[in-house]
Design a binder for this molecule. Structure first.
Ligand SMILES: C[S@@+](CC[C@H](N)C(=O)[O-])C[C@H]1O[C@@H](n2cnc3c(N)ncnc32)[C@H](O)[C@@H]1O
Length: 280
């Protein structure tokens, strides 16, 4: 079993997020890109983005880096520990961005490819810092990259009664040969399907409309959830208090009510502002 230090530094101990993003990237189109833009503007306004530098930590498919550029960010730096995520992000940005004001770098939030003194107006890290093997240290490192009056935008899994179960499931899933993972994916997808039906929704339209979740894919998100190891989670109070101790004032929080977590947890989204007189 990988220890805490190897989880932090060795991408081989992680779920192959990059492969999942590479498979997803073929479905990136203008409609998904618009939804990715909406995902960002639900948290920060275009006025706050325009002309600002944007760091995307754990860029995945690159669709949100692209969205930030489309929304007027002055420059975008996309980093990810997984070379396959970085290659996919580069491909996404080269294919869809007209500006060229981006760079995609392989690197970790713990061992950054950036210069020591580089800071960004917006540091964005959606669904990443809980997958690093050392979430609180990762949040600290993300905060360190924010300019004195910048913003931190993060999404972190909410703590639920089933988090211990899911952490064990993810470790097990990651340990399996790829062929043996499929029955788990199918079983879990079937359970999710049944839950949609139980809520009185039409599963076909639910799945078809899933791209409204930040441009994402229902099926790819099932795999991401089942495999997403390392895994940690936190209550919204823990996140807000932690960032506050580091000088960030909560500006906005979305989706902070935890579910029971039987079929998984959800990410709560947070926007923190730095440099306000009352922060501290
Ligand atoms: C669930 S994906 C989220 C991708 C993207 N932010 C999004 O919202 O679609 C998590 C990403 O974090 C990356 N990641 C994990 N540990 C990391 C680390 N220490 N530093 C940078 N990226 C990391 C993974 O490789 C993966 O691409």
């Amino acid at each position: 079993m990988p220890n805490d230090e190897s989880l932090k530094v060795d991408v081989a101990t992680h779920f192959e997020f990059g492969e999942n993003w590479a498979a997803f990237s073929g479905s990136i189109n203008e409609a998904r890109i618009r939804e990715a833009e909406l995902g960002i503007t639900n948290l920060i306004s275009t006025g706050e983005l325009a002309g600002r530098s944007f760091l995307d930590i754990g860029c995945g498919s690159g669709i949100h880096s692209l969205a930030a550029l489309n929304l007027g960010a002055e420059s975008v730096t996309a980093i990810d520990i997984d070379p396959a995520s970085v290659a996919t992000s580069k491909h996404t940005l080269e294919k869809f961005s007209a500006t060229g004001k981006f760079r995609c770098l392989v690197g970790s939030v713990f061992d950054s490819p950036l210069d020591d003194d580089e800071r960004f107006d917006i540091v964005y890290s959606w669904g990443v810092l809980h997958h690093t093997g050392s979430m609180w240290e990762a949040i600290e490192n993300a905060i360190d990259r924010v300019t004195p009056d910048g913003k931190l935008v993060i999404a972190i899994y909410l703590k639920t009664p089933f988090c211990r179960f899911w952490k064990a499931e993810k470790r097990f899933f990651k340990s399996l040969p790829k062929l043996l993972r499929w029955p788990i994916v199918w079983l879990y997808s079937a359970l999710c399907f049944i839950r949609i039906l139980a809520k009185g929704e039409n599963p076909i339209s639910h799945i078809a409309e899933y791209e409204k979740h930040r441009g994402m894919s229902w099926y790819r998100d099932r795999i991401d959830w089942l495999g997403g190891y390392p895994y940690e989670s936190a209550s919204s109070e823990e996140i807000v208090n932690f960032v506050k101790r580091h000088g960030g004032e909560l500006e906005k929080a979305v989706g902070t009510t935890p579910s029971i977590g039987l079929l998984g947890s959800g990410c709560a989204e947070y926007v923190f502002e730095f440099g306000r007189a009352d922060a501290g």
